[in-house]
Design a binder for this molecule. Sequence first.
Ligand SMILES: [Zn+2]
Length: 249
Amino acid sequence: MPFAYFERLSRRQQGIYLRSDKITAVPLPGAGALRPLVVELGATLESGDRALTESACQLLANGLGRALGLPPVRVTVLAARPHAKWGELHGLYESTGKPGRPPTITLWMRTAQQKRVVAFRTFLRTLLHEMGHHLDYTLLRLGDSLHTQGFYQRESHLFHQLVTDGGPGMATLDEQLARMERTVNDFAAVVKNVSDAQLTKRPDPKNWSAKEVVCFSPWTTRSSCPSSRTAGRWNASISATTSRRRSPP
Ligand SMILES: [Zn+2]
């Protein structure tokens, strides 16, 4: 059964919704080869170093893109989440719509109030969530990216291909992190040859592009959003899964 906001969508959007909802899996070729990047991301996030976390996110996004056949996407990691009455902003996907300029994903690595580093699984989920929007617009060519049940199933599928703790004979993520025992400096050496383009920061956080997808946790509401709407330069989709976003999965 579709989310309640389905009834408020246009016919075109309802068609997109139904197509999105039917796609429940994203097989990830070579997922095992990407797991070390996930572990690296966990280590850099835990270090609290924004620049290294951004680099680790970019490397994982590059790896996911190669595995799935996606065009490039640029990842920026900022500090504390923006927040307002509606909740905290977790992630943002923006497409410039201009040839040669890759879309951007912006993630925030600290909570709005306490400024604590976000729980790793939540952070990884958010990155995969935003990659899901990228997937919708590029590989799946849905024409819009809506928070359907299928969308969340795709996000979960990606997550569980990358995080395999609990599986037979597999170390938990924490065990993998402990085993790595790699320092932040080790990782800095790993990424030192990453191009500036890959690591480029967003020049102006307020200068949104033409088409955007906003993903946040509406802490204060249980709205039946997401509603995809076009308002001026904004095309925003607001997460409906409040319970999923309130705590680490
Ligand atoms: Zn979203």
